[in-house]
Ligand binder design. Structure first.
Ligand code: KIV
Ligand code: ZN
Length: 525
């Protein structure tokens, strides 16, 4: 018998999270995140909305075939074509789920769908039945449930279950409800839908009023047993309920008597990966994964902490992947020390080759910085694993810039074309600044038809010798596909060159058919 106190975690970072403005990810990046979500031990990965674009279809399909452990879920509107495409994308998954939805609030039915409630009801019944003929596990969502009439909700949920839905997801699509209301809604559904015991109740809360986590918790307290959430709370508009908050609430407040299967020690690593790939940085005071989440500033607090940690700390930092021993590694630290610290940080699945590359990067950094702390290691290791995902068409051999007041910013760059290693490309360009000059030069040498659409730089640690992390996005001028590049170095000019070249290599990877296509700009939801 399944544990009645178990709360299932349905991660929608790759679907609703990707709907965050500017967060679109290419299939290769989605695969990288999906592998990490499997290490985090989420129960379900909503990998995408296959009918929305070729890229999304490929991403779901690849994840279905390559990621095992969690169930892989694909989203579909309650439309036959969507459902068929979603089922096709899931082909090969060891555990698959199809998630279909239709709006049930008066506002959505009248203005968006232009359908009557009877038409919506009929459509929902038919489409759940059709989906069930293709996939066994079916999730049904009455979109905008938070603003739907309760009697209509009961009716449509009962019908969906009778047609084979195994999960009923209640979305607060616009983040409008309050915890008391949302908890009551779940309780009412439990008490008024006769066949509700044949399905698991799930919730999906948006954060428009900052209540997504509180509403999800209220729902769990009233009988929901699946929470849909995203890493770092990213998602449409103000985002979704944050996975790390839900997981740590249930772990820290074990007196609530509920549990998840999440390996919380992987939370920081997952948060950093999603932030690096999506380009959406985590605010310093973000609960659980923010840089300040476990920092104690005031003298009184520090004094209390020294006397007893429980005075001001309700969670053990080690439980989320922050190491208690903060002895930084340095130039004299060996490969073994690096390996064991990385394993403690959650990077316990590195190949010998990756470890050797990382050790080279670490040694260089340790020579420059002398003290390499966990934040540096996270940046180095995330950087390395992202680079390993790209096939390198052009290698950066040399970059040099001159700039300053009175000087024209000029970059000279040398690249090696890996398709023909004797082909060494050399060039120099002027720019409005050093980064602009580098990007222009690399673009000219590689002949990539693309435009830089985003450039962000931030420091990993405090101090002038900090690693600088650069995140770049480029858009293919023809296909409009978006590619991202990321690099971390103590010299932000070199990091910029490498990040730009990583994005360009992704562009060529696709062009030459080596890997999957980027997210296209075709219809979304
Ligand atoms: O917010 C929402 O209603 C959704 C549905 C597709 C579940 O994302
Ligand atoms: Zn949503």
């Amino acid at each position: 018998m399944s544990d009645p106190n178990r709360v299932y975690i349905f991660d929608t970072t790759l679907r609703d999270g990707e709907q965050s403005p500017g967060a679109s990810m290419n299939p290769q990046e989605k695969l990288e995140i999906a592998k990490q979500l499997a290490l985090l031990k989420v129960d379900v990965i909503e990998a995408g909305f296959p009918v929305s674009s070729k890229g999304d279809f490929e991403a779901v399909h690849t994840i279905a075939q390559e990621v095992h452990g969690p169930a892989i879920c694909a989203l579909a509107r309650a439309i036959e074509k969507d459902i068929k495409v979603a089922a096709d994308a899931l082909e090969g998954a060891s555990k698959k789920r199809l998630h279909t939805f239709i709006a049930t609030s008066a506002i959505h039915m009248e203005h968006k769908l232009k359908m009557t409630p009877d038409q919506v009801l009929k459509k929902a019944g038919e489409m759940v039945e059709y989906a069930k003929s293709l996939v066994d596990e079916i999730e049904f969502s009455p979109e905008d449930a938070g603003r739907s009439e309760k009697s209509f909700l009961y009716e449509i949920i009962e019908l969906a279950i009778s047609k084979g839905a195994t999960s009923i997801n209640i979305p607060d699509t616009v983040g409008y409800t309050t915890p008391l209301e949302f908890g009551q809604l779940i309780k009412d559904i439990k008490n008024n839908v006769p066949n509700i015991d044949q399905a698991i109740i799930s919730v999906h809360c948006h954060n428009d009023l900052g209540l997504a986590t509180a509403n999800s918790l209220a729902a769990i307290m009233n009988g929901a047993r699946q929470v849909e959430c995203t890493i770092n709370g990213i998602g449409e508009r103000a985002g979704n309920a944050s996975l790390e908050e839900i997981a740590m609430i249930l772990k820290t407040r074990h007196d609530l008597g509920l549990n998840t299967n999440i390996n919380t020690k992987q939370l920081i690593r997952t948060s950093k990966l999603v932030s690096n790939i999506s380009g959406i940085f985590v605010q310093a005071n973000k609960a659980i994964v923010g840089a300040n989440a476990f920092a104690h500033e005031s003298g009184i607090h520090q004094d209390g902490m020294l006397k007893n940690q429980s005075t001001y700390e309700i969670m053990n930092p080690e439980d989320v992947g922050i190491l208690a021993t903060q002895i930084p590694l340095g130039p004299r630290s060996g490969k073994h020390a690096l390996k064991s610290r990385l394993a403690q940080l959650g990077f316990d699945n590195l190949s010998e080759e990756m470890l050797a590359d990382l050790y080279t990067g670490f040694s260089k950094l340790a020579d420059q910085k002398k003290r390499v702390d966990d934040r540096d290691l996270y940046a180095l290791a995330s950087n390395q694993s992202l680079e390993n995902e790209i096939s390198v068409t052009f290698e950066l051999v040399h970059v040099q810039v001159t700039c300053g007041s009175g000087n024209l910013p000029t970059a000279s760059v040398i690249l090696r074309d890996q398709r023909d290693k004797t082909n060494i490309l050399k060039g120099a360009e002027l720019g409005t600044g050093p980064v602009d000059a580098i990007c222009k030069c690399i673009r000219k040498l590689t002949k990539a038809d693309c435009t830089l659409i985003e450039f962000t730089v931030k420091s990993v640690t405090e101090g002038i010798d900090s690693l600088g992390e650069v995140f770049i996005r480029i858009r293919d001028d023809n296909s409009k596909g978006v590619y991202s590049g990321h690099a971390a170095k103590t010299d932000i000019v070199i990091a910029s060159a490498q990040a730009y070249l990583n994005a360009i290599n992704r562009f060529f990877e696709r062009k030459e058919g080596l890997k999957l296509s980027p997210q296209s700009t075709e219809a979304g939801i």
